[in-house]
Structure formats: C-alpha cells, structure tokens
Design a protein around this ligand. Sequence first.
Ligand SMILES: *[C@@H]1O[C@H](CO)[C@@H](O)[C@H](O)[C@H]1NC(C)=O
Ligand SMILES: *[C@@H]1O[C@H](CO)[C@@H](O)[C@H](O)[C@H]1NC(C)=O
Ligand SMILES: *[C@@H]1O[C@H](CO)[C@@H](O)[C@H](O)[C@H]1NC(C)=O
Ligand SMILES: *[C@@H]1O[C@H](CO)[C@@H](O)[C@H](O)[C@H]1NC(C)=O
Ligand SMILES: *[C@@H]1O[C@H](CO)[C@@H](O)[C@H](O)[C@H]1NC(C)=O
Ligand SMILES: CC(=O)N[C@H]1CO[C@H](CO)[C@@H](O)[C@@H]1O
Length: 382
Amino acid sequence: MPWATTIILILAGLCGSSLGQYNEEEDLAWLQYYLRQSRVSSYNYVPYYEEESPAYAYSYPSATDTEPEPEPEPQQAAPWRCPQECDCPPNFSSAMYCDTRNLRYLPFVPSRMKYVYFQNNLITSVQEGAFDNATELEWLALHNNQIGSEKMGKRVFGKLQRLERLYMNNNNLTRLPGPLPRSLRELHLSYNHISKVPSNALEGLENLTALYLSHNFIFEMGASLKGLKSLILADLSYNNLRKVPDGLPASLEQLYLEYNYINAIPDDYFQVSPRLLYVRMSHNSLTNQGLSSNTFNSSSILELDLSYNRLQKIPRVNTNLENLYLQGNQINEFSISSFCSVVDVMNYSRLQVLRLDGNAIKRNAVPPDAPLCLRRATVIEI
Ligand SMILES: *[C@@H]1O[C@H](CO)[C@@H](O)[C@H](O)[C@H]1NC(C)=O
Ligand SMILES: *[C@@H]1O[C@H](CO)[C@@H](O)[C@H](O)[C@H]1NC(C)=O
Ligand SMILES: *[C@@H]1O[C@H](CO)[C@@H](O)[C@H](O)[C@H]1NC(C)=O
Ligand SMILES: *[C@@H]1O[C@H](CO)[C@@H](O)[C@H](O)[C@H]1NC(C)=O
Ligand SMILES: *[C@@H]1O[C@H](CO)[C@@H](O)[C@H](O)[C@H]1NC(C)=O
Ligand SMILES: CC(=O)N[C@H]1CO[C@H](CO)[C@@H](O)[C@@H]1O
C-alpha cells in the first residue's frame, strides 16, 4: 500500500479547546469519532440500481428480487411452438429459455414470447428479421455471446415496440446497436468494444432509466445523454473518456465515471441535474485547475467519490454532502472552508464519512474549527 506510513488521525483528541463554548449542543457527535477497523472500502450508499446482471431464473422469477419480475402467464390453449434447442415452460407460455447451451446462432422467437433468454452462448450474429414475429417482446437477454456490430441486421429491433430491457453486455459490439426501440427502460451494453456514442444514438428513448456502458473504449459521448428525460443511472466507468458527456439530463440521480481520463469539468455542469445523489469519478485525472470553485457545490449530491485523482486542494462541497472520498490525491491542506463557508453554531456540514488518506496532509494542518463544521462526521481518515 503506497500510504502505509500515512498518519491515521483520530480527530477527537485535537478538538478539546474549541469545543468548550459549544458543549451544550446535544448532537455534537464529534467526540464519538472512531476509526473503522477495516478501511472504508465499500460505499455507504447502495444505489437504487445496483445490479448489472438481469434477474434471471430458469424456473420462475423469485419473489424476493427487488426489481419487478414478469408474472407467470395463465396457460394458453394456443398451439405449442418452441424451437427444439430451447425450453418453453408450459405454465409460463410467454418465456423462452435458450441460455447456456453452446448455441452458435439465434433460434426463432415465436410470436407469443415476452421474455427470451439467449445468454451464455456462442452466438455471433443477429440476422435481419430475427425478432420480426415477436412483437410482444419485453425482455431480450443476449449477454455473454460474441455478437459483432457488423453481424447485426440494421433493423433487427424495428418491430419491437414493447421492448423494455435489452441485455447485450459481454459481446463484441463496436458500436451501439440500433435503431433501438423507443420503449426501452434498461440498456445493458457494458463489456463490449464500443468506442463512440454519437449524440443522436439514444435519441427518443424517453423511458430509458438505466444505461450501462462501462468497460468499453468510449472516448466520445457527445450530447447523447442530454435528451434522456427519464434517465436515473448512467454508468460510463472504465472507458477512455477525456471529458465528461456534453450535458446531463435533469432526471439523473447516479453518475458513474470512474476509471476514465477526465481532467476537467465545465462550470455549472452538475447544476442542471437537481436530483443527482451519487457522483463517482475516482481514478481520473482531475486537477483543481480543471474545476470551477463551485463545481461540486450542488445541493442534492450525497456521495462524491473523487479518490485517485490529482487534486491538490479539497474542492468546495455543499453542506448536504454526506460521503466524500478523496483518498489517493495530492491534497496538502485541510481547508475547512471547502465544507463550510460560514462556521458557527447554525452553519455546519452534514458530512459523515471523509477519506483523505493517501494525501499529503500533515497532522497539524487540521484547523481548530474542524469539529464545529464537521460535527456530524463519524469517520475521518487522514
Ligand atoms: C410450473 O411448472 C414447474 C415445473 O414444470 C413448477 O416447478 C412450477 O411450480 C410451476 N409454476 C406455476 C406457477 O404453476
Ligand atoms: C412469422 O409469422 C408468420 C405469419 O404469422 C409465419 O408465416 C412465419 O412462419 C413466422 N415466422 C417465424 C420465424 O416464426
Ligand atoms: C469476440 O471477442 C473476443 C475477445 O474479446 C475474441 O476472443 C473472440 O474471438 C471475438 N469473437 C468474434 C466472433 O469476433
Ligand atoms: C413510456 O412509458 C409510458 C408509461 O409507461 C408509456 O405510456 C409510453 O408509451 C412509453 N413510451 C414509449 C415510447 O414506449
Ligand atoms: C455552495 O453554494 C451555496 C449557494 O448555492 C453557497 O451559499 C455556499 O457558500 C457554497 N458553499 C461553499 C462551501 O462554498
Ligand atoms: C452561509 C449560511 O449558510 N449562513 C446561514 C447560517 O445560519 C443562519 C441561521 O440559521 C442563516 O440565517 C444563514 O443563512
């Protein structure tokens, strides 16, 4: 560990004198600071959308899953058709299971199907017309195959007006498939070879709430996110972005950009997204020069991960922020003005977890008014 010798500081010992005049304040949690036994490795917040893999079960979707699952359909008297490579459970007539059986091609999809599972095969192409009869499709799982962009029909999704979830993660796509059905709610495209998302690639997807594009080679997102008026989660981590996407949607709550090469963020970038809660930008190239003084001072953000960047100062954050990760930067001062522009009994930060380990802050750099401003903090690592 590079900072094995870093001083780990329990601030409780430093604040005796400055506490004196406010010791009637009941909720001063300052003296209860403790250092966690193991380093704070996981996030305190569990975002709403945390699962990348589809809730898949061969038999029936389990009732314990948090995401809504397709309901088993009543048995139909309709003539029974099922590709012989697949399983179509008789009492769940709208689902077809063709996963994990070394298939090299896509079997036909009978028209009654709503949920079809082709994942974990060796499928390399999606031929034109493959889903033309399956106009009822709502879930299409094609992940963990070897589908290449040049082997996908130009209009394969053309007839799918009800498709809500498309899983094509872990394939060989070099560009976004499409045109995509406008009904999509979740689009899973992580672990492909996509390098560019044109500004219009996601146009019209008015119901898209979750977009997963991590682990690609994306260097350009254009303004592709801007018009997605239902988007809650955008995962663009592990790509080649040197700049943030042009414009965020107002609905966005979770933005994941870690493991890119981003070095700057335009002024007021986050102000257009008043619901933003989680911003993760660890392992980028951010410097203080690339930020404006109020870049991260957006009142909705609860969790901000800027660890492993090149920051030399603590950026200003809003007093509502609860978790701030800044470990592995080059920060050399503990500036309390980054958290509180005014420090008094009434004005203080809601910060609970602050990580500053792996920086260049000295023990005596902790200002005496830190306890008053950061009175809600339970974990501070320096
Ligand atoms: C459907 O059939 C399977 C076995 O074929 C059984 O395990 C399952 O409980 C049945 N489900 C319903 C909802 O009838
Ligand atoms: C699609 O539907 C048409 C008419 O219902 C039928 O003739 C054709 O065989 C179907 N094709 C497939 C691949 O299911
Ligand atoms: C898909 O990509 C993997 C490596 O990412 C490669 O081994 C495989 O041959 C590719 N398949 C096709 C059909 O191009
Ligand atoms: C989006 O969702 C709404 C409400 O569920 C639905 O009425 C509408 O048709 C959907 N839009 C598209 C383009 O499918
Ligand atoms: C954050 O912005 C608000 C206005 O939106 C301002 O009052 C406050 O002083 C700023 N916080 C810091 C730490 O600069
Ligand atoms: C800068 C700031 O937030 N000032 C506030 C400090 O607390 C007083 C009393 O609640 C407010 O009136 C100020 O606006």
